[in-house]
Design a protein around this ligand. Structure first.
Ligand SMILES: NC(=O)c1ccc[n+]([C@@H]2O[C@H](COP(=O)([O-])OP(=O)(O)OC[C@H]3O[C@@H](n4cnc5c(N)ncnc54)[C@H](OP(=O)(O)O)[C@@H]3O)[C@@H](O)[C@H]2O)c1
Length: 303
């Protein structure tokens, strides 16, 4: 499988990359990352895990819209198909509200908007997959959309920033599933929530008192490693297409050794809310090519 992973240089994304690199199947791993150094060191780390895997990286700081557009062009110039994408990269803990050069709050832009643009622009590559294109969105079940303050100008917290982007991803994948459901060239869209806390690079970033709390919680088994997380995620990326299609549109988790469907909230499933967020996202993307992709999907939806 040829798998594109956003945020594959650390945490859950690296866990999946390690699982793919260790798997017996022949996989191609493409890491989307914001630094050449981290890209190269991740490739080095993955290469010792297995054989017959092609591993590469595409540089892209998701905090910059111009980088996203450049990365999309690079991906499209290099590959004629993709089998799977893990929409995962994210800003987690932040001591203060960070604003990008595009004028957006970091959590909104990195965790959601940039990956909205990326996703729309690689759908045609996934449609070309012979194994069956699929996108897994890393998401959690809490959160809401602050329609009047999407950038959290008035009341910011990093938790609110993370949670809002999770809900946005769930709305997005659900709308994509509805559009693709009626299509011949299907792609599956799956929301996944990890049911335990993963011991990721976040531990190195959080304040001292949180580090102490985390170490205590670790003693009580509250955390799993990135490798355990990767082995949980792996089947979603390599399973037969029919199995993946059956999951499409669902929000799932992993409990007691199996994937389990989570009840999705009505406001996430609501067409009006989904279309509202989509239109806002398109405007914020300020990209004619992405708008054209959206128009193509819209026409198919109406057909
Ligand atoms: N940890 C958990 O228990 C947990 C649970 C549920 C959901 N999540 C979600 O999982 C996702 C990954 O989190 P994690 O815990 O694995 O965190 P992590 O270890 O900090 O990894 C985050 C990944 O995202 C990348 N990233 C961050 N900002 C970026 C940017 N501007 N451009 C490109 N890449 C960027 C990081 O790159 P660098 O290596 O360059 O920093 C890293 O590869 C997040 O969306 C998080 O909310 C985590």
């Amino acid at each position: 499988m040829r798998v594109l992973i956003t945020g594959g240089t650390n945490g859950m994304g690296k866990g999946l990359a390690r699982a793919l690199a260790s798997d017996k199947g022949s996989h191609e791993i493409i890491i989307l990352c914001r630094s050449k150094e981290r890209g190269l060191s991740t490739i080095e780390e993955l290469e010792v895990l297995g054989h017959n895997h092609k591993i590469s990286f595409v540089e892209c700081d998701l905090m910059k819209l111009k980088d996203v557009k450049r990365a999309v062009n690079k991906i499209k110039a290099t590959y004629d198909y993709l089998d799977a994408v893990f929409i995962n990269a994210g800003v987690g803990y932040a001591p203060k509200r960070l604003v990008s050069e595009d004028g957006m709050m970091a959590h909104f832009q990195v965790n959601y908007l940039s990956q909205f643009i990326l996703t729309l622009n690689v759908l045609d590559l996934l449609e070309e997959s012979k194994a069956g294109g699929r996108i897994v969105f890393n998401a959690t079940r809490t959160g809401k959309i602050n329609w009047d303050d999407l950038q959290l100008d008035h009341k910011w917290s990093y938790e609110e920033g993370i949670h809002q982007s999770m809900v946005a991803k769930r709305m997005f994948l659900n709308k994509l599933d509805k559009i693709y459901n009626q299509r011949e060239k299907k792609v599956s869209f799956i929301g996944f929530e990890i049911s335990k806390i993963v011991w990721t690079n976040q531990i190195n970033i959080i304040p001292f008192y949180m580090k102490v709390m985390s170490r205590i919680m670790k003693l009580f088994g509250s955390f799993i490693s990135i490798d355990t997380c990767g082995s949980i995620l792996l089947p979603l990326f390599i399973e037969e297409w029919e199995a993946s299609l059956k999951r499409s549109g669902s929000f799932i988790t992993w409990k007691k050794g199996q994937f389990e469907k989570l009840e999705e909230e009505d406001f996430v499933l609501d067409d009006v809310n989904q279309n509202r967020l989509w239109d806002i996202s398109l405007d914020l993307s300020k990209d004619e090519v992405t708008r054209q992709v959206s128009q193509r999907l819209h026409d198919l939806d109406q057909a």
